[in-house]
Design a protein around this ligand. Structure first.
Ligand code: PGA
Length: 241
């Protein structure tokens, strides 16, 4: 695991964008899995700007969405899909066949997992996965206690996730289950990048990175990722010794 600490959220975001750009330049047909959420928002804005300004050819890149709230429509601004389309996929005008997002409204939600696992396999595995960390240490909807040996799956959401998740919605929304890429797929990704910013993440970052690895803190899996990168701003790193 490689840890880098940046002074501000802005500098952190710039470096995340550069990491994604490097992956695209190195492999123009890369498979990139991206989280939604507050943490990567600025990185994606910078990514869009830089890809366009530097006229980088990203037309062959395939994008996967890390997770989704089950039962929440893609038109709902709180959904992960809405966020990824609005921040990144639409401004970049990515072709529909290069976009792979969980359909959280599907009648057979388990088929969605199968579909995603097959896509990842067919495209030769994930080249870069960019994730945030939840207040309970989750990654995507890999909630505390989840096995590290799982591919895409349905998760019952932890109480913390149900509560914190309200921040993405304008009205009180029932959030009980999620669909997510699994930690096995994160471990198998050629590069995995974990991001955090802000003081509120300092305590969970300390637990994930400095305490013993445990399935109760899914993000602690980064301690054993062969090519794991952790990018923090100064505030979120402030608990580290
Ligand atoms: P956030 O979410 O980036 O909005 O803080 C992180 C997460 O829950 O994984």
């Amino acid at each position: 695991m490689n840890l880098e600490i940046f002074d501000t959220y802005e500098i952190l975001s710039y470096n995340v964008a550069e990491q994604i750009i490097s992956a695209i330049i190195k492999k123009p047909e890369a498979l990139i899995c991206l989280a939604a959420g507050d943490t990567p928002k600025r990185s994606y804005e910078m990514l869009v700007q830089e890809l366009k300004a530097r006229k980088i050819d990203y037309g062959k890149v395939h994008f996967i969405g890390l997770d989704e709230w089950i039962g929440i429509s893609p038109e709902n601004p709180g959904s992960c899909q809405f966020f990824l389309r609005q921040t990144l996929l639409s401004p970049l005008e990515i072709n529909a066949e290069n976009i792979h997002l969980f359909n959280a409204m599907a009648e057979d939600i388990h088929k969605e997992c199968e579909k995603m696992d097959n896509i990842i396999e067919q495209l030769g595995g994930i080249d870069l996965i960019v994730v945030g960390i939840g207040m309970n240490g989750h990654i995507g909807f890999n909630e505390p206690g989840v096995s590290w040996n799982k591919n895409s799956h349905i998760a019952n959401l932890d109480e913390v996730t149900q509560k914190v998740g309200q921040k993405y919605f304008s009205t009180q929304t029932q959030l009980t289950q999620g669909i997510t890429i699994g930690l096995k797929q994160l471990l198998n990704a050629k590069t995995a990048l974990l991001l955090a910013n802000g003081l509120k993440k300092a305590s969970i970052i300390k637990k994930a990175l400095e305490e013993e690895m445990t399935e109760n803190i899914p993000a602690s899996i980064f301690q054993k990722h062969a090519n794991g990168l952790v990018f923090l701003d100064r505030e979120s790193s402030s608990g580290l010794s």
